[in-house]
Design a protein around this ligand. Structure first.
Ligand code: SF4
Length: 458
């Protein structure tokens, strides 16, 4: 779709705000690609935008509150500039379209994650309807249309790539399967063609995305026999791609075969994100996670045995309904036993439509907060120790950004193990997108600080 003659005579700006996970970030890249194909220009300044879109998340109540507060501000702007088109899309739109319409009457477009690739059509319809009524389209069973959709990547070094959508797991606290629908894998040929094209455009790193990448291919035609392991091997063979990452894995599907595939293929980074959620078997059962601690420890042991030096990160939730002090102690013990390199921890929040509120007594907010702070403190010490252990080591960094520091340039990048590393480099030469070797001189819980090893630029 192109803009009308009248619209085309002036520059139209769009402002896009993204909440939530990497899937949403990637969805926003598709939104940008389509809007820019229509002639819209991106702006960070909400006050000059002609089109404002909030790409939303509904995994936690706190994020939803923040989104409604942003929607309130945009509604006020729209009072003075009624020509602005205001859209709310993504998971929260899918979950609560009626509620959004009621609470945000100024909204013009409401569409779900599966309609991200249809934003041009939605805008066209809205304009054809003379902007009179809110356009709502939320069908989470609609299929992927990613291959034919323009995309604007936020980085020129790392490309996000969705290999599947949806989730069949129905963890008892999670709203995702209801809003993103059932699992649907993209055909492997389509994924591989896209990665080849990214390699030609000089992307160095590919991040394969899915709610549960380990079950990639289960829904595909059995004749193709394509699964996550075969897909990883094929991606590893693509020339000029230096690093492969993937997120998110489910422990119930993370088997020894996958560990061996990571061990065998040099481009697959030694970083595994494996959400634990709780260290208590009782809570894991209530969460419907379909693994217990013994099985989780088995995976960790396999990773440590086959991929020495691998980093392991996790998600942990505190205050699940009915979580006792003892359950929480078991989580802390697991944290100490495993020694995660980093943990994304958060307080349980009740999501309407899920089973969890009926599975136990709500834990008082004060207790939830106390548990979160205890966990954060302990994890900070663990991460600090793990990072300081690397002092004196030389690690490979993919350089992702830079800033000026006096006469020197400070560079920022990530190790293969997904740790952030910073170093300075006094010369003009631009290192962005390069793989360099850096000797670690200092470290804290979040960052490694080092110096470039001269002559080791790759
Ligand atoms: S695996 Fe569980 S937590 Fe992850 S998206 Fe699916 S239901 Fe939600």
């Amino acid at each position: 779709m192109v803009l009308s003659t009248k619209e085309a005579t002036k520059t139209l700006f769009y402002h896009l705000e993204t909440f939530g996970c990497q899937m949403n970030v990637n969805d926003s890249e598709y939104l940008s690609g389509q809007l820019e194909e229509m002639g819209y220009v991106m702006t960070r300044d909400i006050n000059i935008a002609d089109l404002i879109i909030l790409n939303t998340c509904c995994v936690r109540a706190k994020v939803e509150q923040k989104i409604y507060s942003r929607a309130g501000i945009i509604s006020k702007i729209k009072k003075f500039k009624p020509y602005i088109i205001f859209g709310i899309c993504g998971c929260m739109a899918q979950k609560g379209k009626e509620m959004i319409k009621k609470r945000v009457p100024a909204v013009d477009l409401i569409f779900g994650p599966s309609q991200i690739t249809s934003v041009q059509k939605l805008l066209e319809n809205f304009k054809q309807n003379k902007r009179r009524k809110t356009t709502i389209l939320c069908d989470n069973k609609e299929s992927f249309q990613l291959a034919s959709t323009p995309i604007k990547h936020q980085s020129s070094i790392t490309a996000y790539l969705q290999i599947m959508k949806g989730c069949n797991n129905f963890c008892s606290y999670c709203i995702v399967p209801y809003v993103r629908g059932p699992e649907e894998s993209r055909p492997a040929e389509e994924i591989l063609l896209e990665i080849e094209s990214l390699a030609q455009k000089n992307f160095k790193e590919i991040m394969l995305l899915g709610q549960n990448v380990n079950s990639y291919g289960y829904d595909l035609n059995l004749k193709t026999k394509e699964n996550f392991l075969t897909l990883l091997s094929k991606v590893n063979n693509i020339k000029n791609i230096e690093r492969i990452r993937f997120i998110t894995s489910h422990p119930k599907d993370f088997n020894l075969d996958l560990v061996k595939v990571i061990e065998k293929h040099p481009k697959i980074c030694e970083h595994i994100h494996l959400p634990l959620q709780s260290g208590s078997d009782t809570i894991l059962k209530k969460m419907n996670r379909k693994y217990n601690m013994e099985q989780y420890y088995n995976i960790i042991n396999n990773i440590k045995e086959h991929i020495p030096g691998a980093s392991i990160s996790s998600d942990i939730m505190v205050g699940f309904p009915g979580e006792t002090e003892r359950d929480f102690e078991e989580t802390i013990q697991a944290l100490k036993n495993i020694g995660f390199d980093s943990v994304y921890s958060f307080i349980y929040s009740n999501r309407e439509g899920t089973l969890s509120p009926f599975l136990g007594k709500d834990v008082p907010l004060e207790t939830k907060k106390k548990r979160l702070w205890t966990l954060l403190d302990i994890q900070k010490d663990i991460a600090n120790q793990k990072n300081r252990y690397l002092i004196g080591e030389t690690v490979e960094i993919l350089v992702e950004s830079s800033s000026k520091k006096g006469i020197e340039k400070q560079y920022w990048g990530k190790t293969r193990t997904n740790k952030v590393a910073v170093f300075t480099y006094p010369y003009q030469e631009d290192l962005l997108g390069r793989l360099v070797n850096v000797k670690i001189q200092n470290a804290d819980a979040y960052t490694l600080y080092g110096e470039l090893i001269n002559g080791k630029l790759k």
